[in-house]
Write a protein that binds this ligand. Structure first.
Ligand code: ARG
Length: 459
């Protein structure tokens, strides 16, 4: 029996029912629907709208269903009910008959679905925080291992200055730390309960909504019923978290794909996380990281889809809101899976340290050091920049790195250059100079690792 057949003289057309039903995806709310229903039955009993015996009967039947769902989350998919709300009610009627029909007193599917969805978002939000923490730990282990391994650093994808591979990994630790704080903030805002908002105007049941909210583990009850049933900001917040988090994973993935390429060769992946080509026998492809990058598009798309669905929706509930679920579920599960894959992949990634250090010396990436050296000899920086540019052009024409030029060649460009220039041009020199907070010097990287460790322990 459908939840709303009374005023109709004809059943739904099969074509419409198929289009309208949401059980195929909202079955994922089952555990939360049952949890909300347990709390609602208690609230009704306290308001004397259910006898204690009826409340007990309902609670026992709901507990049985909770066990059935825990054993088989896909159980509702075997039925032809319209949605998860109809499914639970039908199951209850089958178990306890007439009493089951009293549970919907004073509530609506509108406040119920909003409550279920918030409960699901809370649970997934906490899982996402944990998955981020695990990924941060994996990145930190990489940073620890390669804290003093030089790597070419790029701007505009042109060799710029050498960096430590550990410094590279710790940049992503910073991003993921912000992702954790964004998730925590969103969960804080999400933590209000719409149950008791009724269909749109509030409930007639004389219940204590704050006690109900607390019973469900929410910080508070929402304060406006119209907003309670129609607000999906919490879903947008989480989609934003997922989008920004995926952007970070995507950028990391792109760096890894590049550093693993034949052109760079600074990183290597284990065979365990690489795939081959069906045609080209020599290939070893970074599919795992390409998928992290690729799946980002779909998460960003889901965020935009919900924004567009909500734009221009009048108050209060509209069936458009049913479209909030599939994209949200997919985005959050995709984000979770990608974080888990990153944690799994980081230990399988290594730096080809000798090759990477050698690569880090190429491309005149010690030119800034020469300019700074000239400044140290009293030359204004703008002049030093110009002189160094001329030296680089000359060295390029000679097909030599800066450190291979003779002192006589150097002094053609500036009298102030002396024998001590060669030590400045060594790979380690420039990196060790960048020892201020946030720099790539080994001491600064060590401090950054300590900060990240302290943060992780406090998280
Ligand atoms: N399946 C619906 C959804 O996901 C549940 C709420 C239905 N409410 C209604 N008034 N038709 O939004």
């Amino acid at each position: 029996m459908s939840l709303w057949g009374g005023r109709f003289s004809e059943p739904s057309a099969a074509e419409f029912k198929k289009f309208n039903d949401s059980l195929a995806f909202d079955y994922q709310l089952a555990a939360y629907e049952l949890q909300a229903s347990q709390a609602w039955a208690q609230a009704l009993a306290q308001a004397k709208l259910l006898s204690d015996a009826e409340a007990r009967q309902l609670s026992e039947a709901l507990t049985e269903l909770q066990q059935a769902i825990a054993a088989n989350p896909e159980l509702p998919l075997q039925s032809d009910e319209e949605d998860i709300h109809s499914w639970v009610e039908a199951q209850l009627i089958e178990k306890i008959g007439a009493t089951a029909k009293r549970l919907h007193t004073g509530r609506s599917r509108n406040d119920l679905v909003a409550t279920d969805l918030r409960l699901l978002c809370k649970a997934l939000g906490h899982q996402l925080i944990d998955a981020n923490l695990a990924a941060i730990q994996a990145l930190m282990q990489f940073a620890e291992r390669y804290q003093a391994a030089p790597l070419p650093g790029y701007t505009h994808l042109q060799r710029a200055q050498p960096i430590m591979a550990g410094h590279w990994a710790l940049a992503y630790v910073q991003m993921l730390q912000r992702d954790v704080s964004r998730l925590k903030e969103s969960l804080q805002r999400l933590d209000v309960c719409p149950l008791g908002s009724g269909a749109l105007a509030g409930t007639t049941a004389p219940i204590d909504r704050q006690a109900l909210a607390q019973n469900l583990g929410f910080r508070d009850a929402c304060e406006n019923s119209l907003d309670g049933v129609s607000d999906r900001d919490f879903a947008l917040d989480l989609l934003h978290c997922a989008s920004t988090g995926m952007l970070h994973l995507s950028r990391l993935a792109e760096d890894v794909v590049f550093y693993c390429s034949g052109e760079s060769g600074c990183f290597a992946m284990s065979d365990r996380i690489s795939s081959g080509s069906s045609l080209m026998p020599q290939k070893k492809n970074p599919d795992l990281f390409e998928l992290l990058r690729g799946k980002t598009g779909r998460v960003l798309g889901h965020q935009q889809a919900l924004q567009i669905t909500l734009k221009g929706l009048p108050l209060a509930y509209n069936k458009d809101l049913q479209e909030d679920k599939e994209g949200l579920f997919d985005a959050l599960h995709t984000y979770l899976q990608c974080l888990q894959m990153l944690s799994f992949a980081m230990p399988e990634l290594s730096v080809n340290t000798t090759h990477a250090a050698q690569q880090a010396t190429l491309g005149y990436s010690n030119a800034t050091e020469l300019a700074d050296y000239l400044v140290g000899k009293g030359m204004p920086f703008r002049d030093a920049h110009h002189v160094t540019g001329a030296v680089v052009l000359y060295a390029q024409q000679q097909k030599q790195p800066l450190e291979s030029l003779t002192l006589a060649e150097f002094t053609e460009f500036s009298e102030v250059i002396d024998d001590d220039v060669y030590q400045v041009l060594e790979l380690d020199y420039g990196m060790h100079q960048r020892a201020a907070l946030g720099g790539t010097a080994p001491a600064a990287v060590k401090l950054a690792l300590k900060h990240a460790n302290d943060w992780l322990h406090a998280a």
